[in-house]
Design a protein around this ligand. Structure first.
Ligand code: AMP
Ligand code: ZN
Length: 466
């Protein structure tokens, strides 16, 4: 049984899916106008731990969107479209920008061992569904027209404060914090469909019953989530910044259109911050995974760092904390490697190992307590009373969630070997792990050419000079 903190109820709720044979989860995906920063990636790591834990219990359908149009510089419908801005910045078309940054996004996503969603939905490929949803809202009387688009009238939707609470919304209604265009009836109203500007040709625009233009960012997620997962989703996730505007607006649109509850469990990941403040793409103050790689970090050290903090606490990024995560990961792998060698990678399940595995699952099932799951892993590997085979059994489960390459063959670093040979050896270990024997043989030949003979022993690869 899982318990998840639900932003809508402000408490940990017992997770009860609508259908235990098909749990549905929608996660807000990247806006592909720039590289993802490691803050964004923290949110995807949290969602990955959630999806892996859910899959211990249920078959899961995980949908993620790619926002390739309509996300304006301000989340509240002001300013330019981030895609068109990215295109102007780089002198490429908005379509090329989207393609380039989406590809790059998936590379980072895979590198951090985040499990790919079952369905990836691009906004630009679902314009018809978005138009249909706006049409339904129009027919039901929730919309009005201004000179720059079709807007949602939030005063017509009584539960608009579901996620944020009444106080926050009435603060906004006062209009003190939001600049309001003359034609917008209430500060919280938002665009469902924006018209293309009259003086400038947009690269991404479509015909609609209201005129040529493009969808609002919020309608994109509602339309795509309901298209693939039905009117009511079990789980909807995103970063904490989405609570007040994006997800609040998604609820308003979806529930007004269907008359049904949109989401049963709302989960939000806290931010990764820098000592100097917020990490933001638009503010230009951001660190990417490539920067960490260039500095010589194993990307999974960043995953380790994220797992060491609970997803609902802010995490301050610093290179000192990344160094210490890298060191811990190295030590954890060394312990795992020792066990691998003692057991020749053979696991034995016993009542004892089952007990520790249950504790591990219980930690994750309690609102995804990854720090505790990580601490349990250390405890098991250092435990004097468990046999190596029991530990190896525990590790099969632990690394299926942590995914820190604890089961992989890690070639002990032999410092006297030239770096080129060490590199070939670790590539070969990875090939063998993936059972790619052809590549393994090719790499053995390359190692031979570099002057070394490699032998495979129960202790891993061993080399001697030719
Ligand atoms: P974006 O690509 O800006 O649409 O954001 C992608 C995801 O990253 C969303 O779920 C955001 O809420 C989340 N996000 C943005 N900034 C941060 C941050 N500093 N730390 C953690 N998550 C973030
Ligand atoms: Zn979204």
């Amino acid at each position: 049984m899982m318990y998840l903190y639900n932003t809508a109820t402000h408490q940990k709720d017992k997770f009860i899916p609508q259908d235990i044979k098909r749990v549905t989860m929608y996660c807000c995906g990247p806006t592909v106008y720039n590289f993802a920063h490691i803050g964004n990636l923290r949110t995807y790591i949290f969602e990955d731990i959630l999806s892996r834990t859910l899959r211990l219990y249920y078959p899961l359908v995980h949908v993620m969107n790619v926002t390739d149009v309509g996300h304006l510089v301000s989340d509240a419908d002001d300013g330019e479209d981030k895609m068109e801005l990215g295109a102007a910045r780089e002198g490429k078309s908005a379509w090329d920008i989207a393609k380039f940054y989406e590809e790059k996004f998936w590379q980072d996503y895979d590198t951090l061992h985040c499990t790919r969603p079952n369905i990836v939905s691009r906004a630009t490929e679902h314009i018809a569904q978005m138009i249909a949803l706006v049409k339904t809202l129009e027919d039901k009387g929730y919309t009005y027209r201004t000179s720059d688009g079709i807007y949602y009238d939030t005063s017509k939707f009584a539960r608009y404060d579901t996620l944020v609470g009444h106080a926050r919304i009435s603060g906004l209604q006062g209009g003190a914090r939001v600049e309001m265009s003359d034609e917008k009836r209430h500060p919280t109203d938002f665009a469902l469909w924006k018209f293309s500007p009259k003086d400038k040709k947009r690269q991404m625009e479509w015909n609609s019953p209201w005129g040529i233009g493009f969808p609002g960012w919020h309608i994109e997620c509602s339309a795509m989530a309901m298209q693939y997962l039905g009117n009511t989703l079990d789980i909807h996730c995103g970063g904490i910044d989405h609570v007040t505007i994006h997800h609040t607006n998604e609820i308003a649109q979806s529930e007004a259109a269907t008359g049904q509850k949109y989401v049963n469990y709302w989960l939000h990941g806290e931010f990764l911050i820098l000592r100097s403040g917020k990490m933001s793409k638009s503010g230009g103050t951001f660190v990417t995974l490539d920067v960490l790689k260039q500095k010589g970090y194993d990307p999974l050290a960043y995953r380790y760092l994220c797992l060491s903090a609970h997803y609902r606490t802010q995490l301050e990024f610093s290179y000192e904390s990344l160094d210490s995560a890298a060191k811990s990961l190295k030590n954890l792998r060394a312990l795992a490697e020792q066990i691998a060698q003692e057991t020749s990678r053979t696991a034995t399940e016993t009542a004892n190992s089952r007990l520790w595995k249950d504790k591990f699952i219980a930690a994750l099932s309690d609102d995804l307590n990854a720090p505790k799951a990580l601490a349990l892993t250390w405890e098991v590997l250092r435990n004097g009373e468990l046999t190596a085979a029991e530990k190896w059994d525990f590790l099969q489960l632990a690394d299926s969630i942590l995914s820190l390459d604890l089961l992989k063959e890690h070639t002990p670093v032999q410092t006297e070997l030239p770096p080129q040979v060490q590199d070939l050896l670790s590539k070969r270990a990875a090939a063998r792990q993936a059972k790619d024997w052809k590549k393994s043989d090719e790499l053995r030949d390359a190692i031979a050419q570099a002057g070394y003979i490699v032998k495979d022993t129960p202790q891993g690869q061993q080399t001697e000079k030719k």
